[in-house]
Design a protein around this ligand. Structure first.
Ligand SMILES: [Mg+2]
Length: 210
């Protein structure tokens, strides 16, 4: 891939070259959390809710838990069950990460709370060699201290990959290229340096063409 943002990358002092730094969201970008979680909750809530029905990430607005607290408890239960270790990987994600690691630095920037770090480390180690120890928890949904946007600035990201429209917009103020993964819960129009994509295949094709 051509490095068109050479001058905005971080300096790699070992080789005197600029490195491309990328931040990548975890859930629904690298791995499929939502469909696995919805399968898990079906017998608990007594109905099947489908990924396509979720018009926001607030599960309780779609009958998954009666309120935020109950929804968070359901997610906790999912992580405690061990099923979170078996999430499937999104199509093309492993190939993309391999390419990106050859070009520069990659960080996983997730809003998961720290209490899921054991399951998260396991999942990354198993599916994304080279990303172990490169996971940063914003956890602002759960009262964490740093936003994804602040984290992106700190790591010097020039590319960021996300499915949550609020995070995408916040990060787009500090990150040159933000890719928004098209999902039912992010259907608002985006513009400027936010590019809506179908998935990794779409991104790899675009980057190879550029
Ligand atoms: Mg996500």
């Amino acid at each position: 891939m051509e490095n068109e943002f050479e001058n905005t990358g971080r300096e790699d002092t070992t080789r005197g070259k600029m490195k491309i730094v990328r931040g990548i969201d975890l859930d629904e970008v690298l791995v499929n959390f939502v469909p696995h979680f919805l399968d898990y909750v079906q017998p608990i809530i007594g109905k099947m809710v489908y990924t396509d029905e979720l018009k926001s990430y607030n599960f309780w607005e779609h009958g998954v838990g009666k309120d935020r607290e109950e929804a968070v408890n359901l997610v906790d239960g999912f992580f405690e069950s061990g099923l979170a270790r078996a999430l499937s990987v999104t199509d093309g994600a492993q190939e993309a990460v391999r390419d990106f690691l050859e070009e520069g630095e990659v960080f996983v920037v997730t809003a998961r709370p720290w209490r899921y770090s054991r399951e998260t480390n396991y999942l990354i180690k198993k599916n994304f060699p080279g990303l172990e120890g490169r996971i940063i928890y914003s956890s602002d949904f759960h009262g964490g201290e740093k936003t994804k946007s602040e984290i992106c600035t700190e790591i010097g990201a020039i590319y960021f990959y996300e499915d949550n429209i609020r995070y995408a917009k916040e990060c787009a103020r500090n990150v040159k290229n933000v890719y928004l993964f098209d999902r039912p819960w992010n259907q608002e129009a985006v513009n400027g340096n936010i590019i809506r994509v179908k998935g990794w295949r779409d991104i790899l094709r675009r980057e190879n063409e550029s």
